[in-house]
Ligand binder design. Structure first.
Ligand SMILES: [Zn+2]
Length: 193
């Protein structure tokens, strides 16, 4: 068994042994959802004060409003009753360190893990790679505030998203732990009556 697998299963056994089975209902008790980045330094339960059963947390690389993130958000309100949404990107996001072109080149070169230094990303070249990366929009981030505005606006304008759900735009600061509002995003995401 891999060390990680063993660690995870041991941790789970400890968690389950003291688990309070209290019957939590499926719909989030506090009726909101957060779309945020998968970055390991972000813990939405801690930065937003969540307990089990409180809220939906949808995560992907960058916290971007991809079609699949919107799929989850639509299920979140339509079937599970959330009424307010947050889009939360963060400082020092890995998605700011490359472009589609860079990612496609790295993948075409090999499927090994690439390395990064001050001059950018480098691949081992120890192929084979694949050109399948050319068909994926990697949703990289050029400017953090702009990407929050773009994602909030895309969700706001989506035909499956009702006007009355407010969408708030924030950037989490990985150095201070603070959520910093992107006012233009929150404005763009305001409920429309
Ligand atoms: Zn990130």
């Amino acid at each position: 068994m891999s060390q990680i697998l063993e660690e995870v299963l041991t941790a789970n056994a400890a968690y389950a042994s003291s688990f309070d089975p209290g019957e939590l209902p499926m719909p989030p008790a506090r009726h909101f959802a957060i779309l945020t980045c998968m970055d390991a330094r972000l813990d939405p339960a801690k930065y937003a004060g969540l307990s089990e059963g409180d809220a939906h947390v949808i995560r992907n690389a960058g916290g971007r409003a991809s079609d699949d993130a919107i799929r989850s958000l639509v299920i979140s309100y339509k079937l599970l009753g959330t009424r307010e949404w947050f889009v939360i990107h963060h400082t020092d996001c890995g998605m700011e360190t490359f472009t589609d072109e860079v990612m496609r080149g790295l993948l075409a070169s090999s499927l090994k893990t690439s390395s990064v230094d001050a001059t950018g990303w480098h691949d081992s070249g120890d192929g084979p790679g694949s050109t399948e990366g050319n068909y994926i929009d990697w949703l990289t981030i050029g400017n953090n505030a702009a990407s929050v505005i773009e994602d909030v606006s895309r969700i706001r304008d989506h035909p499956l998203v009702p006007n009355e759900i407010p969408i708030y735009g924030y950037i989490y600061d990985v150095r201070s732990g603070e959520l910093v509002e992107v006012p233009d995003a929150t404005r763009a995401g305001a409920a429309r009556n």
